[in-house]
Design a protein around this ligand. Structure first.
Ligand SMILES: NC(=O)c1ccc[n+]([C@@H]2O[C@H](COP(=O)([O-])OP(=O)(O)OC[C@H]3O[C@@H](n4cnc5c(N)ncnc54)[C@H](OP(=O)(O)O)[C@@H]3O)[C@@H](O)[C@H]2O)c1
Length: 294
């Protein structure tokens, strides 16, 4: 085992009563192609998870829909019994069909079943953090979350879930959830090029709620822009490093969960996110995805 690094970039954040490193890890890429089935390299996937913990990462993001079941079972195989410091965040609200689609599954009995499956697959008696995944594969969709979120609140009251969040949510759904019960995080798509949640990031920061951007590196379509390349070239680093450093500098409530199936990329990202971007860099990067003023 290598020695844990003393400090990952970004320091820590508190999700309710749980302290996590702001530099975390997203496990979705460990499943097979298009997040279906087992990975081509089973031992390689276990190695990535173990390397994350060795680096000092204490926040791993997953979902029973990844595989389905695959990433949760890999996390259990690689890391159980979990160190006390490690917190696994999962999501419910979607399932998988044989074609690899992501149909919604938000009826009360479906939410209860998914929580039980996550507990079983992860080998836990209590889930640290469960986010209700809303919308669909195309993005957030308007509509009340009350019934599904209320079911999660009941499971929290029964002691099966410690903290709650929402994902792929509109600002109205975030507000609706917060009116029902406290949430500790919102997990939405956000990165240098997709900044539709700029106002929400700031609002949540004011209220001490984490914002967890998914696709921080662009997901299935890597981020590409002239400004990003020029800032990266100037600093002599990769565009991925700049994209992650930008998110860490964006707001203290932003938690990173970049995905990778490669130990080398994991280490490269953890080191690269420590980059300090200058005011000039930030101004140049700001032009990539900021929405025009209406
Ligand atoms: N709530 C939701 O609806 C939702 C949706 C999507 C994702 N998520 C969560 O968000 C996490 C992050 O999203 P993501 O993993 O899909 O996208 P991402 O972090 O934006 O990008 C991951 C992609 O970047 C590549 N990559 C990472 N580091 C690299 C490096 N240093 N050099 C070159 N390529 C690199 C990976 O390939 P390699 O494997 O080759 O490194 C992978 O293809 C997921 O793991 C998941 O936990 C949530």
């Amino acid at each position: 085992m290598s020695t844990p690094s003393p400090a990952l970039p970004g320091g820590t954040w508190t999700l309710g009563d749980l302290t996590v490193t702001r530099f975390g890890y997203g496990a979705m890429q460990l499943a097979g192609p298009w997040v279906m089935g087992p990975p081509a390299d089973h031992d390689g996937a276990l190695a990535v998870l173990r390397a994350a913990v060795e680096l000092g990462i204490t926040h791993v993001d997953t979902s029973g829909a990844y595989g389905p079941h695959v990433t949760n079972q890999l996390i259990r195989e690689a890391l159980h019994p979990y160190p006390d410091t490690l917190h696994v965040a999962t999501k419910v609200g979607a399932t998988r069909d044989p074609q690899g689609g992501w149909p919604t599954a938000r009826r009360p009995e479906e939410i209860r079943r998914q929580v039980q499956e996550n507990l079983t697959d992860l080998g836990l008696e209590v889930l640290d953090l469960v986010a209700l995944r809303l919308g669909d594969a195309e993005g957030p969709r308007a509509g009340s979350l009350a019934e599904a979120f209320g079911t999660l609140v009941e499971l929290q009251q029964q002691g099966l879930v410690r903290h709650l969040g929402v994902s792929n949510a509109t600002a109205e759904q975030v507000a609706e959830a917060r009116a029902i019960a406290p949430i500790v995080c919102v997990q939405n798509m956000y990165n240098l090029a997709h900044r539709q949640d700029d106002d929400l990031v700031d609002e949540l920061a004011t209220d001490g709620i984490a914002y967890v951007p998914f696709f921080p590196l662009g997901g299935f379509s890597p981020l590409q822009s002239d400004a990003l390349s020029s800032v990266a070239d100037r600093a002599g680093v990769t565009p991925m490093s700049v994209a992650l450093a930008w998110l860490l500098q964006r707001s203290p409530n932003v938690l990173l969960i970049p995905g990778t199936s490669s130990v080398a990329h994991l280490r490269e990202n953890a080191a690269g996110a420590a980059l300090r971007l200058s005011a000039d860099d930030l101004a140049e990067l700001d032009g990539i995805g900021r929405l025009p003023v209406r």
